[in-house]
Write a protein that binds this ligand. Structure first.
Ligand code: MG
Length: 270
């Protein structure tokens, strides 16, 4: 099922629905983390929202072979975990804001995002995908100077500015994606393809990530896991490319969807 979260044009409420087209959805009744069904009640979408409010946003760095090489890093022996804080969550179509303190360093990273559907602890690789509710597109927006130097050595600071985690537009349920490690994934900046790869290039595949992250640790329903980005990020290009006001950035993943956001400068605070 193609699940969206949206503002309902008639009631003004936030609803979940099965997407029918750009403007309409079948209302979902129930809890998407328990029992739910799409009803026959068709409503108009006033605005698309990120497909869920995440319980946590866990992220994996350096998880594509060719991306690890372009950064000059060794291939990691274990998954590299960092977090994005939930304030960074952002809706499809809403502008990514370049912070006043990060004017020429903000970069894009297309990523396949996993949404965990039920509590997952000490999960084996062989049944890890049973814990996945579905998949969506993410853009792991990153302020590179804050990531490397300004954040005290921890990536979290440079990855967690407001608007730095666009997610969506749809959550595609896991039954429709039998092999999440065989999907084309791209970033398009102002019409030009910047990243063009496949999730088959991941060093640690999705079952391995769920096994690793769930050791002694409960992955709560609604946990979103960003699974790393392929080669072609802006800072590794010659010359480097950073996002600027007026840009439009799209993450596109085969069978999952297209996540587009404009880019704007911050409005100076008085
Ligand atoms: Mg990333």
């Amino acid at each position: 099922m193609n699940i969206i979260r949206f503002l309902d044009a008639s009631s003004g409420k936030i609803q979940y629905g099965e997407r029918l087209d750009e403007r309409s959805a079948r209302l979902i009744e129930g809890d998407i983390f328990a029992v739910y069904e799409a009803t026959d009640h068709i409503v108009e979408i006033a605005k698309l929202l990120a497909p869920l409010p995440p319980a946590n946003i866990l992220c994996i760095g350096l998880n594509y072979r060719h991306h690890a090489k372009e950064t000059g890093a060794q291939l990691p022996k274990h998954p590299v975990l960092f977090i994005k804080t939930t304030n960074a969550l952002h809706n499809p179509g809403d502008p990514i804001i370049i912070p006043e303190v990060a004017p020429n360093e903000v970069d894009y990273e297309c990523e396949l995002a996993i949404v965990i559907g039920k509590p997952a602890k000490n999960v084996c690789r062989s049944n890890a995908l049973e814990y996945v509710l579905g998949y969506t597109c993410a853009n792991d927006i990153s302020a590179r100077r804050w990531q490397k130097h300004g954040g005290g050595g921890q990536w979290c600071r440079g990855k967690s500015f407001d608007t730095f985690c666009p997610l969506g537009p749809s959550l595609i349920t896991a039954d429709e994606i039998p092999n999440p490690n065989n999907l084309k994934i791209r970033t398009i900046l102002n019409g030009e393809t910047m990243q063009d790869s496949t999730t088959a290039d991941m060093i640690f595949d999705i079952p391995a990530l769920i096994q690793f992250l769930s050791q002694g640790t409960t992955l709560l329903p609604g946990t979103v896991i960003l699974t790393g980005t392929p080669q072609g990020v802006g800072f590794a290009r010659t010359p480097p490319v950073f996002l600027k006001p007026g840009d439009e950035i799209t993450v596109e993943i085969e069978h999952i969807g297209k996540l587009t956001n404009p880019v704007q400068e911050a409005i100076p605070s008085s």
